[in-house]
Design a protein around this ligand. Structure first.
Ligand SMILES: [Zn+2]
Length: 97
C-alpha cells in the first residue's frame, strides 16, 4: 500500500482590521475597495485591495466609524458605502435585535 499523503491545505489566516484578531479567513468578512467604492465581498474572489473584519458588530463599528477600514484600504469610506456595509454586517453577524 502506498501511503497517500492527504492534501492538507493550511487554512489561510487573516486579521480583523478592527480588533486585530488573526483567524481563519472564512470566519471573517472580506471588504474590497473597488472602482465603485468599498463593498463587502461575499465570494472572497473580487479583485482589489481587501481587508477583513470579523462578524462581531463591535468590530464593524470600529472599522466603519473609527476609520480603521479607510486606513487599511487607503481610501475614503462614503456614507453610502458605510450604510451598505452596515446592512451587510447586520445580516452576517447574526446579531441585532
Ligand atoms: Zn474583529
Amino acid at each position: 500500500m502506498t501511503a497517500t499523503k492527504a492534501q492538507t491545505r493550511p487554512t489561510p489566516q487573516r486579521t480583523c482590521v478592527a480588533c486585530g484578531t488573526t483567524t481563519n479567513k472564512r470566519a471573517l468578512i472580506r471588504i474590497v475597495r473597488t472602482a465603485d467604492g468599498i463593498v463587502a465581498d461575499s465570494t472572497g474572489k473580487m479583485a482589489g485591495r481587501g481587508s477583513y473584519v470579523c462578524g462581531e458588530s463591535a468590530c464593524w463599528d470600529g472599522a466603519l466609524t473609527k476609520g480603521r477600514l479607510e486606513h487599511s484600504l487607503k481610501t475614503k469610506l462614503t456614507t453610502k458605502d458605510a450604510d451598505a456595509l452596515r446592512a451587510y454586517a447586520a445580516t452576517h453577524s447574526g446579531g441585532g435585535q
